[in-house]
Structures are given as structure tokens and as C-alpha cells.
Ligand binder design. Structure first.
Ligand code: C5P
Length: 407
């Protein structure tokens, strides 16, 4: 039955790290959350349900068929949860969740709930790296599931590597943050650009950037999960559509601009976030056929030949939307290789944005391909250094800051 108390449904699966779920439970309770525990049959062999019953002061859900005259067990559990945290999550459970298999009370409840799902995996390093597990995780991320990455370390099986359950404090904090955010974007409309544009020279050659689009896709998925209606205008990427988001796929900056202007006029978004790496220039002409070496291009043998490409300026999408933004909160990104704060501040003013997310691309350990990053959030109220965080956490923080500025 749904209560008014914020409720975390804690799923415990069968692995040695199951005992750490007791500590997670205590931390959640200390922060004022009500916790109900659901276990897989193997989970219940590692730590007895009696332990979780005593700690949570609630019955532990284990049997698919309820013993008493309760309503349908997995449905009542699914409805009770404001957040569903599975910690530890085994490879078996992760792969089942990705496939939609519902063969025990935990997996059935995961399928039945509409609450945000958070998964903290724990397993042997080879099971973690296995393509099946990685594909399952990618599927779950695309559906908006939050993954709390395991750490590297000495594993229970005696091997070294990734697979160790994340720190219990990190798990509890992420869960509590999710509990606070559940629906803070309800009724909000959000426009997001993502990925790199391609400016074609001919059908097979183009000017672009190595941006993966991951930040924009994470933003879109999280904003949708927090209740927003989201339009994601994306350059070509390998990423699957985030769950519950309107995705418009484009190729060039001109197409991205047109899609953004149309969405902006038709939907009147409350927030617009321009995370795409838009090419500043495009070739003046695009050849309809592949350019041939020796005819259209210098021949390979002509080693001292110079090939000249004429470029024209692309529209600045952020600038032109900011010019007519009205009540819309406009966010831009500034990837800088020097004088980060000065350049980002200049961009905040020049572009007419309300907030600029600045990051230093000169640090080889952070940025484009890395899962970790560090942002400076600049607005008229000053600068905030996020410190080094996962992209997932950074995106959550940015949405928190934007939400606090909306009326
Ligand atoms: O001017 P610069 O490319 O450094 O600015 C980066 C910011 O402007 C990013 O938020 C990017 O998405 C946006 N932008 C844009 N249209 C362009 C170029 C950049 O919306 N043509």
C-alpha cells in the first residue's frame, strides 16, 4: 500500500556483497527514508530475510505468491516504491532485466514498477566485461536506468578488476538524490541538442568532431524521467533513443538549426540546453558524387599539391534561440583548452545564455571519451565547480541547478 513516507524498495540479489545491502539500508533509514526489501531466492541464501526484516522493520518480500490475503504482491510492491534500488545486482539479474524476464518477485516487480530504477552491480571482473552484460547495461541505460558503476579492486573470487560493489555511501547518496528529484520536471518542456553535426564535402567526406553525444542523451533521459516532455535534436550518433523522449535525428548544422527553431516555436520550451558540438563552418558547396583524386582532387602522386576548401559560416543555434528566448532558460556549453573561466564568461555574455557549462578539454584524463568529467557552471550568480564526477552525476547536478532557477 502507498504511504506518504518516501519509500525505497531495496532489491537484494545473490552475491557475496549482499551483506553490504544491510549498511545501505541503514544509511537510507538514517536519512529518513522508509525501506522495504525484496530478495531473489539466491539473495536470501546469502543474508537471511530475518536480518532485513529486523533492520527494515518491514516484512521482506520473497515469495511470488503471497501467503496472506494481500493484493497481488509484485503490483503492490511496485506501487509502493518511489525509487527501486537493486544493490547488489548480479550479472544474472541485470541480463534478465534487460530482456524483460520476470521469473522471481524482484524481477517481476522491476518490470511492474514505474519508479526510477537504480542498479549497483557487483560481480566477477570477467562477468562484468562480458559483452552480454555490457549490452544489457547499455539497454538499461537507454531505458533511463541509473547504473552506479562498480569499483576496481580485490574481488571476493580472488581476482583483481572492476566488479566490486560501489561504496555504500555513494549508493545511498545517489538513491536519496533520486528520491528528492522524482518529479521536479513535471509539466516542463525541454529542448536539447546533442552529438556532432556533419558538414558534407561529398557523400563520403565530412567535417565533424569526435563528440559522442552521451551528455545530451543522458540529459534527455534524466529530464524525461524527472517528468519533463523532452525534444532531443541529435546529430548522427551510435546511441539508442533515450526512453520517453521525442528524438529528431539530423545531420548538418543547418538541419539542426531548422529542427530547433521549429520545436522552439511550436513547443515553447521552459528550458533549452545546447550540448551539441555544432560545426562552425560548412563547405560552400557539397558535391553530389564522390570527388575523384586526379580530377576533382589533387592526384596522390602530386605530393606538393594543395587542396583548397571554401567554407561558409553555420548558423549559431544557441545565439539565435537566446535572442528570442522569452521565459525560456537557455544553457550553453563551452569546451575550452585555455583560460577556461574567462572564455566561458565571455561566451555567457556573447551568446545571451542564462548558464554556461564550461569544461577544460586540455586535461587528457577527462572530457570527450572519458566517463568522468569536471564542469564549471557559470551564471549571473557566479561560478560553481562540480569537482570530478561521472557524466551521469554531472547531468543530474545540472538538472538540479536548472530546476532551482525555474519559476
Ligand atoms: O561558439 P561555440 O561553438 O564555442 O559555442 C558553444 C555552444 O554554442 C554550445 O552550447 C553549442 O551547442 C552552441 N552552438 C550552437 N550553434 C553553433 C555553434 C555552437 O548552438 N553553430
Amino acid at each position: 500500500m502507498k504511504t506518504n513516507e518516501p519509500t525505497v524498495l531495496l532489491g537484494v540479489t545473490g552475491c557475496i556483497a549482499a551483506y553490504k545491502a544491510c549498511e545501505v539500508l541503514r544509511l537510507l533509514q538514517k536519512a529518513g527514508a522508509r525501506v522495504k526489501v525484496v530478495m531473489t531466492p539466491t539473495g536470501a541464501e546469502f543474508v537471511t530475510p530475518a536480518t532485513f526484516r529486523a533492520l527494515s522493520q518491514n516484512e521482506v518480500a520473497l515469495a511470488m505468491i503471497a501467503e496472506h490475503d494481500e493484493p497481488i504482491h509484485h503490483i503492490s510492491l511496485a506501487q509502493e516504491a518511489d525509487v527501486f534500488l537493486i544493490a547488489p545486482a548480479t550479472a544474472n539479474t541485470i541480463n534478465k532485466l534487460a530482456a524483460g524476464i520476470a521469473d522471481n518477485l524482484l524481477t517481476t516487480t522491476a518490470l511492474a514498477t514505474e519508479a526510477p530504477l537504480i542498479i549497483a552491480p557487483a560481480m566477477n571482473v570477467h562477468m562484468w566485461r562480458d559483452p552480454a552484460t555490457q549490452a544489457a547495461l547499455a539497454t538499461l541505460i537507454a531505458r533511463g536506468v541509473q547504473i552506479i558503476e562498480p569499483e576496481e579492486g580485490y574481488l571476493a573470487c580472488g581476482e583483481e578488476g572492476e566488479g566490486k560493489l560501489a561504496d555504500v555511501q555513494t549508493i545511498a547518496q545517489s538513491t536519496l538524490a533520486e528520491l528528492n528529484r522524482s518529479q521536479d520536471y513535471a509539466g516542463r518542456r525541454v529542448l536539447i541538442t546533442a552529438g556532432a553535426t556533419r558538414e558534407h564535402i561529398d557523400p563520403v567526406r565530412f567535417i565533424s568532431s569526435p563528440a559522442s553525444g552521451r551528455t545530451g542523451y543522458l540529459l534527455a533521459g534524466q529530464a524525461a524521467r524527472r517528468g519533463a516532455e523532452v525534444w532531443l535534436v541529435s546529430g548522427p550518433t551510435e546511441l539508442p533513443d533515450p526512453f520517453g523522449v521525442n528524438v529528431l535525428r539530423v545531420t548538418s548544422a543547418d538541419q539542426m538549426n531548422q529542427a530547433c527553431q521549429e520545436v522552439f516555436s511550436a513547443q515553447k520550451p521552459d528550458v533549452a540546453v545546447f550540448s551539441a558540438a555544432v560545426a562552425d563552418f560548412k563547405p560552400v558547396t557539397t558535391a553530389s558524387q564522390k570527388l575523384k583524386k586526379g580530377t576533382d582532387l589533387p592526384a596522390r602522386e602530386a605530393t606538393d599539391a594543395v587542396m583548397k576548401l571554401e567554407l561558409a559560416l553555420n548558423p549559431d543555434i544557441l545565439f539565435s534561440i537566446a535572442e528570442r528566448k522569452g521565459q525560456c532558460f537557455v544553457v550553453g556549453f563551452a569546451a575550452e583548452s585555455e583560460n577556461l573561466l574567462d572564455n566561458a564568461l565571455a561566451k555567457l555574455r556573447a551568446k545571451g545564455a542564462d548558464l554556461i557549462v564550461a569544461n577544460d578539454i586540455s586535461d587528457p584524463n577527462l572530457g570527450f571519451a572519458s566517463e568522468l568529467n569536471r564542469w564549471q557552471l557559470l551564471s549571473s550568480s557566479g561560478a560553481e565547480d562540480t569537482g570530478i564526477l561521472s557524466k551521469q552525476a554531472l547531468v543530474g547536478l545540472l538538472l538540479d541547478r536548472i530546476a532551482s532557477k525555474l519559476n
